[in-house]
Write a protein that binds this ligand. Structure first.
Ligand code: IMP
Ligand code: MG
Length: 215
């Protein structure tokens, strides 16, 4: 079982005033729940765990856009740092896929894969799927079943966040950064209708903001 840093349901988080938050979002957020620095520290360790397990062979890191892009870039920087500072190293190539399943703050049953390279190029490869957050698990299960049709040699999934929710299908990624309460989170590339990707810390969105940015 993957180990992770648990953020408790009664976690109070940190006052916004103690951190740098863009002015245009000041009234939209309740609390900072995971500061950027903590995300980076945990990501550094995930990189080490992943290289320990997958390090023997060429890895194709598959970024699930758009929410995964910050985590993907930072995780790969840490993997690169390990590669260039140790005796053993593995070639790392990248690939991107776009998946959409959300409208407002609700997961829809309809998981759409839009764009990205041909998945068939992953045949015979060691694939590391890099995702921002797993909630119901449907997005990842859909992606995994699509991928299995292409016969990769190995598939591992790393998700920065996993939500503790009764809506979960029971799916758990191989590597998890943090387990978080059942709230809608934004920042560090996680969005609400495309807003809040330009926020460094992971924060809880308030109800007013859900109305304000509703589509
Ligand atoms: P799932 O299919 O229910 O596991 O949802 C996974 C996808 O929904 C993630 O890749 C996110 O893009 C999105 N998502 C789920 N929860 C949140 C959240 O709290 N904030 C932002 N996006 C979320
Ligand atoms: Mg995502």
């Amino acid at each position: 079982m993957a180990s992770y840093l648990q953020i408790a349901d009664d976690e109070k988080g940190h006052e916004l005033d103690l951190f740098c938050v863009p002015r245009h979002y000041e009234n939209d957020l309740d609390k900072v729940i995971i500061p950027h620095g903590l995300i980076m520290d945990r990501t550094e360790r995930l990189a080490r765990d992943i290289i320990r397990d997958m390090g023997g062979h060429h890895i194709v890191a598959l970024c699930v856009l758009k929410g995964g892009y910050k985590f993907f870039a930072d995780l790969l920087d840490y993997i690169k740092a390990l590669n260039q500072n140790s005796d053993k190293s593995v070639p790392l190539t990248v690939d991107f896929i776009r998946v959409k399943s959300y409208c407002n703050d609700k997961s829809t049953n309809n998981v759409k894969v839009i764009g990205g390279d041909e998945l068939s190029s992953l045949s015979g490869k060691n694939v590391l799927i890099v995702e921002d957050i797993v909630e119901t698990g449907r997005t990842m299960q859909t992606l995994l079943s699509l991928l299995s049709e292409c016969n990769p040699k190995m598939v591992k999934v790393v998700s920065l966040l996993v939500k503790r929710t009764p809506r979960s299908s029971g799916y758990r990624p191989d590597y998890i950064g943090f387990e978080v309460p059942d709230a809608f989170l934004v920042g560090y590339a996680l969005d609400y209708n495309e807003y809040f990707r330009d926020l460094s810390h992971i924060c809880i969105l308030n109800d007013q903001a859900k109305e304000k940015y509703k589509v």
